[in-house]
Design a protein around this ligand. Structure first.
Ligand SMILES: Cc1ncc(COP(=O)(O)O)c(C=O)c1O
Length: 392
């Protein structure tokens, strides 16, 4: 084991459960540890490294930008930021973009936007409905929005003004919503909650209910967005039209960036309402620009659809062969296998055999590889998973 494991435990706050692996470099869809071991990466920094680790255009754009300008404040216009926003707007139903640095921050921005929108209608219209088993981040607003007590219990009281509906149950939402609801914040596939896809008719009903109460429909696309499900945004698969979406993870393919997008109806921020020193920074938006160009101008989305369908069908074959797998679900390159047991043993066995995967929910192993993963690399992953399941 690397000396960094001990040093990390000595110097870094103990807020993560880490595997005893020290990753030093990566190539294509493989990462390497400091002992020289190679791992197929089906985790991608938890759905982040969309273009993999060797994307030439991304690397050269970033290197060039480092020489030009690393940071400047939002007191000025930033070309890369505007170009990334243009790509987001011109390829979506949205009209405006606010850049920040992470998924939690994007959700904080969305929550503030929703409250301001609500207050413009009625001073008490500030309540937000989110879903049980949702995940929206660890900052206070995002944590309060997260409908899972395991994340909240040590930090109570969380913020007021949130209520939690049962996911995929429209009656539960109808019971909670009223004229003081300013927004419904929802994932179209619950990621951390265990790769739980929303039902199409349900999500369409959610939109109608939001419209009836003049509440903003806000989709958290932090994990599902940026091509992960085979469309630029996952909500496109459900034929719905949200007012707001939040993004992060894949948007920078490894460079920290988040974004909130809204339609003209929800475009209520004015100067000083919200800000971020680093938000939309030239280096981060250079990365976003390359990622978006790759996704909207190349065949990457078709590739994700094809590779995702292949991964899903191969996982289903394993489900037939292994009783321990009770379900396979997901969309595109966001797939999960539900197990009869906790995911820990399977995750550890896969790592031992040279593949990084990550758990989700109570009993799901999640596959969120770089979007550029090939069929052959998926085959390699499936055979590692098969061996792992055989040995357990
Ligand atoms: C749906 C969703 N929203 C928000 C977040 C929080 O993002 P971040 O860790 O970048 O703050 C995550 C992270 O896993 C997520 O999956």
């Amino acid at each position: 084991m690397s000396e960094y494991v001990g040093l990390g435990q000595k110097y870094i706050m103990n807020s993560y459960n880490r595997f005893p692996i020290t990753v030093t470099h990566a190539e294509d869809v493989y990462v390497y540890d400091d002992q020289g071991k190679k791992y197929l990466d089906m985790c991608a920094g938890i759905a982040v490294n969309a273009l993999g680790y060797s994307h030439k255009a991304l690397k050269s754009a970033l290197k060039e930008q480092i020489d030009k300008l690393l940071h400047i404040s939002n007191l000025y216009y930033v070309p890369q930021q505007i170009e990334a926003a243009e790509l987001l707007v011109e390829n979506s139903i949205f009209d405006k973009v606010f850049f920040c640095n992470s998924g939690a921050e994007a959700n904080e921005a969305a929550l503030k936007l929703a409250k301001k929108y609500g207050k413009s209608k009625n001073e008490k219209k500030t309540n937000v409905i989110t879903m049980n088993h949702s995940f929206h981040g660890r900052t206070y607003g995002a944590l309060s929005a997260t409908g899972q007590t395991k994340y909240q219990k040590n930090f109570m009281p969380v913020m007021e003004g949130f209520s939690y509906a049962e996911y995929n149950n429209i009656d539960s939402l109808k019971e909670l919503i009223n004229e003081n609801t300013c927004a419904v914040l929802i994932e179209v596939i619950q990621g951390e909650g265990g790769i739980i896809p929303g039902n199409k008719e349900y999500l369409q009903e959610v939109q109608k209910v939001c419209e009836a109460y003049d509440a903003l429909l806000m989709i958290d696309e932090v994990q599902t967005g940026i091509g992960r499900t085979g469309t630029l945004f996952a909500f496109e698969n459900f034929a719905i039209q949200p007012d707001v979406i939040t993004l992060a993870k894949g948007l920078g393919s490894g460079i920290p960036i988040g974004a909130m997008l809204c339609t003209a109806k929800a475009d209520v921020f004015v100067p000083a309402d919200h800000a971020s020193t680093f938000g939309g920074n030239p280096l981060a938006t250079t990365a976003a620009k390359v990622v978006l160009e790759e996704i909207v101008q190349k065949d990457l989305l078709d590739h994700v659809k094809e590779a995702g369908a292949y991964l899903e069908s191969e996982l289903n074959k394993l489900k037939e062969a292994f009783d321990v797998i009770t379900d396979v679900r997901g969309m595109g390159l966001m797939q999960g296998i539900e197990l009869k047991t906790a995911p820990k043993d399977v995750v550890n066995k896969c790592i031992e055999k040279g593949m990084l995967v990550v758990g989700a929910g109570e009993n799901v192993v999640r596959f969120v590889p770089p979007l550029v993963i090939t069929k052959e690399q998926i085959d390699e992953g499936i055979s590692i998973l098969k061996e792992a399941l055989q040995e357990l």
